[in-house]
Design a protein around this ligand. Structure first.
Ligand code: F6P
Length: 547
């Protein structure tokens, strides 16, 4: 029986892990560290400039051995090879999954349906480079001959979260005389506020949409077109100077009125949430320049190669994916917190939410059966130290187990006095506090009144990973994103789900299309929803003063 058809709970390693969990579930990290003075050094590994300390997890050497066995039994090695080999592993959409080709070097060869896709990838990168250079240097002029100084990316989901996260993450490297804005929400406020202080003559819109049919993006793009045209007396020849498109859908782009000469393409084998390194990253390239963008791609590629070739025991994405499985499926943890201690990474958790939850939020296996185990955890996070003064209370003393990933840097990009040591001291302190806590004896020894002692005890044994890198560069960002992409992949393979489709977002979209005319019609519509939806629609119409 192959890994795809055998139920996860029937796998030998799974059964062994179930028994092993019973044996070690109450083992405290205090004990594990006391038993092995080398644990910190031993349960850590470094690859491509990223140091991972996973010693503060509720695992023994045996746990890790069994988790690696589970990965092997689940066919992870073959699935990695299948992905990198261009096989159509996105089964429900019958597509290859080749975001790794987006960062492959020019001379690499990756085939889909017998055709090497790498030359096309580099042809688009070359066009993006040429365009970015012209905008950044001021050679690309607006309709009235003014230089472009404002760039507005219009997109949503993968066509927004990656661009905005990367822009924020790499702002330090950005050309500062250019202003970047990101519009995603169909709420008109998003567009209105984004352009409130912009001059249309100096503004370029990037309409970023894989399908070029997404309601929010097309609505915002049309509003942008009207806003822009209004400044040029309706002269549609201005569109060519103020709008470019990033899409896989040339037909829809043309229909919208953007010349395909101003379109940067990508391919159906790039999932939306895996697309920030495709032409969807055009805004990133405009901000940090082609060289920086290529550095970022090289970082992605280094992590890809590590994931593809390193033994599972030292493989960062595999280890992180397996640890996530351990807490999710054995400890029953329902969430994961990602806590970057770098202000530039403030949008990283939001980016990871789509990457992880749209990929692995599935209850059906690739062969159409309902899972009898938990899949994708709920991911959340905020940059440190802000989160410490908000939700960390629950992580330390709440009733739930919340595995944390701390992300830390050796050097600050803005070294100001003692700020950076203070910031990073908090990473080490939080991980330490979570793991070891504070016993009642320790609290009492501080002279705490008896009645207060229980409130001030930290039971500890709360797991975390610490990822430490030298500094936040474009290459490092590529490595970090690829690390999480492949960790998500590892988890999806073990859960035997298709991490690359997103059927779960369709129903709501369809129902909204049916409701829009019911909200807009001047006549009282005949409502045939449930009583709650009907009532809400009636009240909404009344609020708008409609019958
Ligand atoms: O609705 C979900 C989704 O399809 C995401 O997967 C995707 O990133 C987003 O919408 C935007 O899609 P598009 O780039 O086609 O506009």
């Amino acid at each position: 029986m192959n890994a795809q058809t055998q139920s996860l709970s029937d796998r030998q390693a799974w059964k062994k892990l179930t028994a092993h969990y019973e044996a070690i579930r109450n083992l405290h990290m205090r004990q594990m560290f006391a038993d092995d003075p080398q644990r910190g050094e031993q349960m850590s590994t470094e690859a491509v400039g990223l140091f991972l300390d996973y010693s503060k997890n509720r695992v023994t050497a045996e746990t890790l051995k069994l988790l690696v066995e589970l990965a092997e039994e689940s066919g992870l090695r073959e699935r990695i090879d299948a992905m990198f080999g261009g096989k159509k592993i996105n089964l429900t959409e019958d597509r290859a999954v080749l975001h790794v080709a987006l960062r492959a070097p020019r001379d690499a060869k990756i085939e889909v349906d017998g055709e090497n896709v790498v030359p096309e990838v580099h042809a688009v990168l070359d066009r993006m480079t040429d365009f970015a250079n012209r905008v950044r240097s001021g050679a690309w002029k607006g309709h009235t001959g003014k230089r472009i100084v404002n760039i507005v990316n219009i997109g949503i989901g993968g066509s927004d979260l990656g661009p905005v996260m990367a822009y924020e993450a790499l702002k330090h490297y950005a050309q500062r005389d250019l202003t970047f804005r990101f519009v995603s929400n169909v709420d008109g406020t998003d567009f209105a506020e984004a352009v409130v202080d912009l001059d249309p003559e100096e503004t370029l819109f990037i309409v970023a949409s894989k399908t070029f049919t997404t309601l929010e993006t097309m609505t915002n793009a049309n509003t942008a077109r009207e806003w822009s045209l209004a400044a040029f007396g309706g002269d549609t020849s201005s569109v060519a100077k103020h709008f470019v498109a990033v899409s896989t859908n040339a037909e829809q782009v043309t229909e919208f009125g953007i010349d395909t000469a101003n379109m940067f393409g990508f391919w159906d084998w790039v999932g939306g949430r895996y697309s920030m390194d495709s032409s969807i990253g055009l805004s990133t390239m405009l901000a940090i320049g082609p060289e920086g963008f290529l550095e970022m791609l090289a970082g992605f590629h280094e992590m890809d190669e590590h994931f593809r070739t390193a033994p599972f025991e030292q493989n960062l994405p595999v280890l992180m994916g397996l640890l996530s499985i351990w807490y999710n499926d054995f400890f029953g943890a329902e969430t994961v917190a990602v806590l970057p201690y770098d202000q530039y990474l403030k949008r990283f958790p939001a980016y990871l939410q789509q990457l992880s939850m749209e990929s692995n939020g599935k209850y059906i296996t690739v062969d159409g059966k309902r899972v009898d185990y938990a899949t994708g955890p709920i991911l959340f996070g905020e940059p440190g130290t802000n989160g410490q003064h908000s939700f960390y209370q629950l992580i330390h003393q709440g009733t739930r187990l919340i595995p944390c990933d701390f992300i830390a840097f050796g050097k600050s990009l803005n070294p100001l006095g003692r700020h950076h040591d203070m910031l990073q001291a908090n990473v080490f302190a939080q991980a330490e506090a979570l793991a070891f806590g504070k016993t009642a004896e320790e609290v009492k020894a501080e002279g705490t009144a008896d009645w207060l002692v229980p409130h001030r005890v930290f039971e500890g044994n709360r797991p975390s990973n610490v990822l430490l890198a030298e500094s936040l560069t474009p290459a490092l960002l590529g490595k970090l994103v690829a690390l999480y992409e492949h960790s998500v992949f590892t988890q999806g393979i073990i859960w035997n789900i298709d991490s690359f489709d997103q059927w779960g977002v369709e129903l709501g979209k369809k129902l909204a299309q049916r409701i829009i005319p019911e909200l807009e019609s001047s006549e009282q519509p005949e409502l045939e929803h449930d009583s709650s939806t009907n009532n809400l629609i009636r009240i909404y119409r009344k609020m708008k003063g409609m019958p």
